[in-house]
Structures are given as C-alpha cells and as structure tokens.
Ligand binder design. Structure first.
Ligand code: F6P
Length: 479
C-alpha cells in the first residue's frame, strides 16, 4: 500500500476504478465502475504501481486507502450536498451538455461552481500529499479541470498531465460559461493537455489565445512564467487483443448462441449498447429501426433490435426524462410491431460484465452507434475487436470521435432519420464480401492503436514537454 509522499505515478479521476456497493448478504463490498476510463488507465497504473485518487460513489465518510486487485486506491469522500452540486450539478448539469454541443441545455448556478472549486481543491491536495518528489500526476476528465493549476501551486516539482475524455467545444459554445477563464487557467497548470481529436486541441489553444491572452504557436502555449504547455490529440482506445481473446473463448461462443436462440433465432440481430444518456441518440435509432419494419423492408421474424441501456446519473432530471421517453417508445414499438414471443426490441436497463458484452458483440450482425456527440465511443471499437471472423456491420455516427479512425463503418448523421434508415438497411443487406472488406480494415486500425499505445504515447509526450523534471514512467504495453 503506497504511503503519502511515496508514489511516482498518481492518477486523479472523479471515480475510482471500483464503486462501493452493498453485496447480496447486505455487507458493503466493491464492484468495478462503469465506463471506458477505468479500463484505459489500468495498464499504466499496474506497470508503475501507481496510486489512484477518486470517489467510490456514495457518501460513506471514513474509508481508508486500500488495495484492490493489485492497485493502490485512495477513496475521496463526498457529502450529499457535493453530489448534488458538484457531480449532478456542475459536472453533469453544466459541463456535460455544454461540452456535447448543447444536446441538452446547460444550467449555470453559482453554488454549483463553488462546489466544483471546493471538490477540485480537495482532490488536488490529496494528490499533492501522495506524490513523491518529481513524480508524475495524470489528471482525468471534465470533473477535474481545476486540479492541474491547484496542484502546480502546491507542488511545482511535479510533472502534470491532463486528459479530457469527452469533446472540447468550439469557442462559440464554450464562452457561454461564466467561469470560462478559470477553467482555461485550471487546465494550463498541466504540462500536457490531451484531447481525443485534433479539433478539440485547436479549440482549446484558440480559446487560451483569445480569452487568457497567452502567446501560442500551433499546439504550444507560452506562459508568462516561462513554462510551455502543449495541447495535443491522443485518441483513446481499448484492449483490442483482450477483447478478441474473450470473444474467441468457448464460454462466450456458447453464450452468444444462447442469446440468439432466446431471441427466437431471427435472421439478423441489431445491437445498441450505451449508458442511458441523451447524447447517445438511442431514441432516434430505435425509431429508425421501427420505421424500417413499418415500411415493410423486413419484419420481426427477419430482424430484432437488442438495446442495452446502462443506468447512469439517475438523479439528474434530464436523465429521468430520457428514461421515461425510451420506456414509452419501446412499449409503443413492441405494441405496434411485435408478435407473441417476438418483440421488435429487447430492451435491457442494466449493466453487464465484460464476458456478457463480448457475447452480445459476437452474436450481433449490426452494431448501431448513433450519438449526437461523443468524445470517442469505445463500444464501437469493442465490437470491431470482437469480430475476429471479419463479419458484422458497424453503423456509426460521424459525430463520435471513433468515426475519425473507423472510416469503413456505415457513417451516418444521427439528426437525419431517413439517412440513418438507409444506412441500417444497407448494412442489413450487405453481403459477406462487403462486410469483410470493411471489417478487415477497421480491425487493422484498432489492433495497431490499442489502449496501451494510447497511454504510452501520452506519457512519452508528457516526458518530452517536461524533460528536465520528473522520473520516467514505465510503458503500459507488456512486451
Ligand atoms: O468520460 C465520460 C465519463 O464521465 C467518465 O469520466 C466516466 O467513466 C463515465 O463517463 C461514467 O460517468 P459517471 O462517472 O458519471 O457514472
């Protein structure tokens, strides 16, 4: 267990890789938290015996640092009020919709901002406490944007990296934020600020020039104190080999066959897997699918849709509204188009372990990923990784970061329902040759750019930006 002052690599993220839960016998236990962030950071954490600082969910107050599955974890506590104002409020009621192209309307409340400042300060103080002399601290995501500057003030010796997992908006949207300057200055505490796509890095540099007034040249920002900050794109990825191995395994193959049979062995299965979030375009995709049935292109004996919606941020009003809307839509579609024992849509409001996800990917013919805006979307990459037989079709929104790399998917504009219907139908009708051509190319891309390569390139760049300080961080890739 790492002691204060001893860690050469400290990860700061809103969430720990595990959540505090109640087990079936009523005692408290730990469960792996949802989302791609956790899987992405794990390899570099393990290679460096790092310390991870984050919130385990809930309001339990006196949790001590502990080790889980070989990782040193430092739990941060949050009060009910902070969950309301910091997590549900500023992080997910202000920043989340603002950074996702205003898909929902962001709310601006001063008490939410005050809570964001207070929580970021506590995380920064804890990171300062655990980091060794000249250590590297890697701060993650939109919940923690003030941490880099706060940490730099406490510990100027540290090498600090920041990575944003979600989109970073264009200046025209970002400048609505009453605290825009503070956020930009917060991020500038880092030596390297990483984004998913080059466009996001360019948005950030432009905003820094316009709003903070620092000199910039391409990806570099020159600060008056002599420091240089670099902004760059590091598209995140998945453990492609791990997913493929899982998908090839016998239990997963068996489970895939079982699911298909339980669905009534239709000719084709469409699949959607998302956190239940309004940015994901779940409503529009289910409508498009149902219209294809209503228009007579196929019926429920030919094709069904499996939609997994992972519960998320259930206390936030926009998420509750969305859940009701989807519940109603699924009920209506199944009522209108389903037959006995054969609903058009199998809707599951639940989260599943990796093995079950791999079985779903393996059994589905057409994966449908239609966000209005998404930083990357790792589900799209996981599907590709699991299709080792070079079959299966991916229908992908051009507004997901993954569309930059997975060019051979059927790319769609999720606002264009007719366009989406046409792509779903094309993917449904595509022959083996067409599917193979597209899938082989996408599989080449993701096997070359996996999550270990992502972490290593970020760390290498961070060391290059701040070469004279900091201890070396070991690569995440196993040789
Ligand atoms: O990157 C998006 C993100 O907010 C991650 O930080 C997190 O892993 C995931 O979505 C799940 O969100 P939440 O922590 O709000 O449940």
């Amino acid at each position: 267990m790492s002691a204060p002052g001893s860690s050469d690599l400290v990860i700061v993220a809103n969430r720990l890789p595990v959540d505090r839960v109640e087990t079936s016998n009523g005692t408290p236990g730990w469960r792996r938290s949802p989302g791609g962030l956790v899987t992405a950071i794990e390899p570099v954490m393990r290679a460096n015996e790092g310390t991870w600082i984050g919130w385990p969910g809930g309001t339990e107050q006196d949790l001590k640092p502990f080790e889980d599955d070989g990782m040193d974890l430092v739990p941060m506590t949050m009060t009910d009020r902070e969950i309301e104002n910091f997590y549900e409020g500023f992080a997910n009621g202000t920043l989340w919709p603002l950074y996702h192209d205003l898909v929902a309307k962001p709310e601006f409340h001063r008490e939410w901002w005050d809570s964001y400042v207070a929580v970021n300060k506590r995380f920064a103080e804890r990171a300062a406490e655990y980091a060794s002399e000249d250590a590297t601290v890697w701060v993650h995501d939109y919940q923690m944007q003030l941490v880099p500057q706060m940490l730099r003030e406490l510990r100027p010796d540290l090498r600090i990296g920041f990575y944003l997992h979600i989109p970073f908006p264009p200046a025209e949207l970002f400048q609505q934020l009453p605290w825009r300057r503070q956020i930009l200055e917060g991020l500038l505490g880092a030596d390297l600020v990483g984004f998913q796509l080059p466009g996001a890095a360019a948005n950030f540099v432009r905003l820094v020039r316009q709003r903070v007034g620092h000199k910039t040249h391409r990806e570099l920002i020159y600060l008056p104190d002599g420091r240089t900050v670099r902004a760059g794109a590091f598209p995140i990825s998945i453990d492609a080999a791990g997913f493929e191995e899982l998908s090839r395994s016998e239990p997963v193959a068996q489970r895939a066959a079982e699911i298909r049979e339980a669905l009534g062995s239709p000719r084709k299965v469409f699949l959607g897997i998302d956190r239940l979030d309004y940015t994901k375009g779940i409503y529009a995709r289910l409508r498009a699918f149902s219209e294809l049935i209503a228009d007579g292109h196929f019926d429920v004996e030919d094709a069904v849709f499996v939609q997994v919606a992972v519960p998320s941020r259930e206390q936030v009003e926009q998420y509750r509204i969305l859940r009701d809307e989807i519940d109603r839509l699924v009920g209506r579609i199944n009522g209108d188009l389903g037959r006995i024992g054969r609903p058009a849509i199998s809707y599951l409001h639940s989260s599943y372990p990796r093995e079950e996800m791999a079985a779903l990917y393996r059994m589905a013919d057409i994966m449908v990923v239609t966000p209005y805006r998404d930083g990357m979307n790792l589900v799209a990459k996981e599907y590709v990784a699991c299709r080792f037989e070079n079959d299966g079709a991916l229908v992908l929104s051009e507004f997901a970061g993954a569309a930059d790399e997975l060019r051979q998917a059927w790319l769609i504009n999720p606002y264009d329902i007719n366009g989406m219907k046409a792509a779903l139908l094309e993917a449904y009708q595509a022959d083996g040759r067409e599917l193979g051509r597209r899938m082989r190319a996408m599989r080449r891309t993701i096997s070359q750019h996996d999550v270990a390569a992502w972490a290593d390139s970020f760390m290498a760049e961070l060391a290059a930006v701040r070469p004279t300080h900091g201890k070396a961080v070991r690569p995440a890739r196993r040789s």
